[in-house]
Design a protein around this ligand. Sequence first.
Ligand code: ZN
Length: 75
Amino acid sequence: MANFNVRYGVSLRKRFLAVGADKRKRYKCDLCGKVAVKRVMNGIWHCRHCDSTFAGGAYTFHTTAGETVSRLLNR
Ligand SMILES: [Zn+2]
């Protein structure tokens, strides 16, 4: 169990570093197709083109982190 916790901590840190660079990027809007979606706060994304607000990942718009959390909760 201790080994698992250590490995999990390392992978979490790597993931955090990997997604950290993405949080300032703009993402393609699902509705209007323009690359105008920016993060306004954790998990909240806003398209400047069509004025839509989305609930997404905390650091990336289309995130795999949310899926990871769901999988962890389902254990
Ligand atoms: Zn849009």
